[in-house]
Design a protein around this ligand. Structure first.
Ligand code: IMP
Ligand code: MG
Length: 178
């Protein structure tokens, strides 16, 4: 039986999410004004984004939010090496200041592919924010502008992240032990 052992507790995540929101607001462009379109990569980032958006409110931002899908994983725990862009955001991204939010950077392919997609759609300043970074597995040189935690080369679940659609509901980040 597979099981999950806790790696980052809910309290630690909550503190870090507030730090990230403060950092995002602090590093806004002067001319950016109130414009901030938060684009959330589903499904993995939905829990992180829900907390981050409310922390952004506390930090004084007035973000809008929309969603898009990209998948590089099927139901297995190894990357297929291909990124499929699925549902596009309904909001026009042209000239908007975008904060792209994802759950984890692994090979770096998803973040790179979505950033390129945003550029072809004429987005303004694009910044990226991820909860987790697994630098040991990088195949495309990319670093998020804002990163919550670095994690070891283990399969991570919880707080939105799944293994074959399980464990997204866990309030903490854990590692899967087969
Ligand atoms: P990348 O394109 O390889 O960087 O993969 C990014 C996507 O793969 C993330 O948005 C996750 O959905 C998924 N992913 C990568 N590593 C993990 C993991 O350890 N657990 C769960 N999902 C993962
Ligand atoms: Mg994902």
């Amino acid at each position: 039986m597979e099981s999950v052992s806790e790696l980052i507790g809910a309290d630690v995540i909550a503190l870090r999410v507030h730090e990230l929101a403060a950092e995002i607001v602090r590093t806004r462009d002067e001319d950016e004004g109130d414009d901030l379109l938060v684009l959330v990569l589903l499904k993995g980032a939905f829990v992180f984004a829900a907390d981050l958006l409310r922390a952004l409110d506390q930090a004084g931002a007035v973000p809008q939010v929309d969603f898009l899908t990209a998948s590089s994983y099927g139901t297995s725990t190894t990357s297929s090496g291909q990124v499929r862009l699925g549902t596009e955001p309904a909001t026009t991204v042209e000239d908007r200041d975008v904060l792209l939010v994802d759950d984890i950077v692994d090979t770096g392919r998803s973040l790179t592919a979505v950033r390129m997609w945003l550029e072809t759609r004429g987005a303004g300043r694009v910044r990226t924010c991820v909860l987790l970074d697994k630098p040991s597995r990088r195949e495309v040189a990319v670093t998020a502008d804002f990163t919550g935690f670095e994690v070891p080369d283990r399969f991570i679940v919880g707080y939105g992240l799944d293994c074959a659609e399980k464990y997204r509901h866990l309030p903490y980040v854990g590692v899967l032990t087969p």
